[in-house]
Design a protein around this ligand. Structure first.
Ligand code: NAD
Length: 457
């Protein structure tokens, strides 16, 4: 078995080395999981639910060390690491409150001796290939409802969030989920590829469009149920009647929280020409106020990038925007210190010829474009292959609703951004994927309906 080295992105230090899977061990794990699936599915729902309740209690008990582990391997500022785990508690509460009703059998017709009923079976063996940027969130969106509904889960955390992935497994096992029912699969892309070779009933992926497209190509011919939660280039339009200070503060946070490494980070800002200059001044002041530094420091807001190659992506976006005539307002450079650091960066005078306004940045870099009015803003917001989220800032609710009904996005925001609710479905359009998690849809998705036609002789 090979070993996976884990480095701290804040300083480059080697923090752990763990055994990684190979093709043979992945195959053995998949077979063990399949053998365990029926007994897990037959277990009364109340018993599966009790396991998840104990898992939740374990998270509460270990919140501080779990947050520190997350910070040490992905560089997420410690307060934001804590927020993520606390946020998962709310999601677990939602799933615990709703799964019972989703699984309840339903009689939809009962007349003249004929009864029609719907029951809900688990999919069976599901694989969850996950991302590093919110490993508790994007993993939990899958493994919590998948386990509650009677599936077994082969869980491959990102190679950049392996310690967190192993902590998920340890806590679930301690909570009573059998070892063969929740099975961590450890390693990088080649281990993910080995997982695709197994007999699966569902594949739930969170990650980049490039990887998602490869997975779709590999699994398409086998007709495995597939969900892909991919990237975004999420736009926000600030109207001329918006409160400039409030919008600037909210959008600077929406663009830079988690060091800009959120799938629903604000990635493009369009501002009405009448308030453009005032907005830019307020926005840049907000960004200058963000404290960058050691992610273990309670006062840090911007940490390192998790992955070193993203530094080149950001540097190329900066180079390209500059060459095409954009104006750099703040930042623009790598920071010369150990680890993966990039200055929070704001450009104005941008347009859609620039990589910065077309390709996912996934870092603390943002472009602000001046627009003449709603029609232009709408056209620019929709000028993208992605469609994860979009927002409008204005006190005029009718105007916001009219605009948001026309944007091509799975989630739309009025006077808010970078927000996910367990009560609402999380899904993307276009290159943002074919995923659907959270809400009761995100529970149903781990089941398949059985249609019962019952006729009394
Ligand atoms: P990634 O595509 O590099 O990796 C995701 C996972 O796929 C990892 O576990 C990786 O090991 C695995 N993998 C890589 N190559 C594979 C292959 N050929 N076959 C099978 N598995 C393979 O993505 P990432 O860098 O971990 O995540 C960042 C991306 O995720 C961003 O684009 C972000 O927007 C997106 N994201 C989307 C959501 C959402 O809900 N839509 C949430 C979080 C992140």
């Amino acid at each position: 078995m090979s070993r996976l080295k884990i480095h701290n992105p804040a300083n480059g230090a080697l923090i752990a080395e763990v055994p990684a899977d190979d093709a043979a061990s992945v195959s053995a794990k998949a077979q063990q999981a399949r053998a365990a699936q029926r007994s897990w599915a037959r277990m009364p729902y109340a018993d599966r639910r009790a396991c998840i309740e104990r898992f939740r209690a374990g998270l509460v008990a270990e919140l501080e060390p779990l947050a520190a582990t997350l910070t040490s391997e992905v560089g997420k500022p410690i307060r934001q690491a804590r927020n993520e785990i606390n946020g998962l508690l709310g999601r677990i509460d939602f799933f615990l409150a709703k799964t019972d009703a989703v699984l309840a059998p339903e009689t939809v017709f009962d007349e003249g001796g004929t009864t029609e009923r719907i029951t809900h079976d688990p999919l069976g063996v599901v694989a969850n290939i996950s991302a590093w940027n919110y490993p508790w969130f994007v993993g939990g969106n899958v493994f919590v409802p998948a386990l509650l509904t009677g599936n077994v889960v082969l869980y491959k955390p990102s190679e950049f969030a392996t310690l967190t992935g192993l902590a998920v497994a340890r806590l679930l096992h301690a909570a009573g989920v059998p070892q063969d029912v929740f099975v961590p699969v450890i390693g990088a892309g080649e281990v993910g590829r080995a997982l695709l070779e197994q007999e699966l009933d569902g594949l739930f992926f969170t990650g980049s469009h490039a990887t998602g497209a490869k997975i779709a190509a590999a699994l398409g011919p086998r007709l495995v149920k597939l969900q892909l939660e991919l990237g975004g280039k999420d736009p926000v339009y600030v109207c001329e009647d918006a409160n400039v200070a409030n919008a600037a503060a909210a959008l600077a946070d929406g663009a830079m929280y988690n060091t800009g490494q959120s799938c629903c980070s604000v990635e493009r800002i369009y501002v009405h020409e009448r308030i453009h200059d005032a907005f830019v001044e307020a926005f840049v002041a907000e960004v200058r106020g963000f404290k960058l530094g050691d992610p273990m420091d309670e006062t840090t807001y911007i940490g390192p990038l998790t992955r070193a190659p993203q530094l080149d992506v950001l540097a190329e976006q900066v180079r390209d925007a500059t060459a095409r005539g954009a104006t750099l307002r703040v930042g623009g450079h790598r920071i010369d210190r150990a680890g993966h650091w990039f200055e929070p960066t704001v450009f104005t005078g941008v347009d859609h010829t620039m990589l910065l306004m077309r390709e996912e940045s996934f870092g603390p870099v943002i472009g602000i474009q001046k627009v003449g009015g709603d029609a232009q803003a709408l056209a620019l917001m929709n000028d993208t292959r992605y469609g994860l989220t979009a927002g409008v800032y204005t006190p005029d609710e009718q105007r916001a609703r009219t605009l948001l009904a026309q944007v091509n996005a799975g989630s739309v925001y009025w006077n808010c951004c970078d927000r996910v609710s367990p009560r609402l479905p999380w899904s993307g359009h276009g290159d943002s994927g074919i995923g659907l998690t959270l809400s009761t849809y995100g529970i149903q998705t781990f089941t398949r309906p059985r249609a019962w036609h019952l006729r009394r002789a």
